[in-house]
Design a protein around this ligand. Structure first.
Ligand code: SF4
Length: 91
């Protein structure tokens, strides 16, 4: 029997709720990062940054972002001046 490990943030992850319009692309990200047999969510830039900064991650940051975690941290700080709706991604 095969067991998939789901990212604990999947149900509230805003990229699937708002950002990714294509079902095919969303499905590809889910199979590469969010629902895998080997906990690939631990390699997702959104997941790592969320765990590190405990803040909402900008919606345009994708799991395989070319930005470093520190660069994502700077984006988070820049976005804090905006009234971004928080969907509880860190839960
Ligand atoms: S994109 Fe990253 S943080 Fe969002 S559900 Fe997938 S693995 Fe988790």
């Amino acid at each position: 029997m095969i067991f998939f490990k789901e990212c604990p943030k999947l149900k509230k992850c805003p990229i699937f709720l708002k950002s990714i319009q294509s079902k095919l692309i969303g499905k590809a990200y889910k199979s590469l990062y969010c629902q895998t047999m080997n906990e690939r969510h631990l390699e997702c830039k959104r997941y790592i940054a969320s765990e590190k900064y405990k803040k909402p991650i900008p919606e345009n940051i994708l799991p395989n972002s070319s930005l470093t975690i520190e660069e994502i941290g700077k984006r988070i700080h820049a976005d804090e001046s905006n009234d971004q709706e928080y969907l509880g991604e860190m839960d």
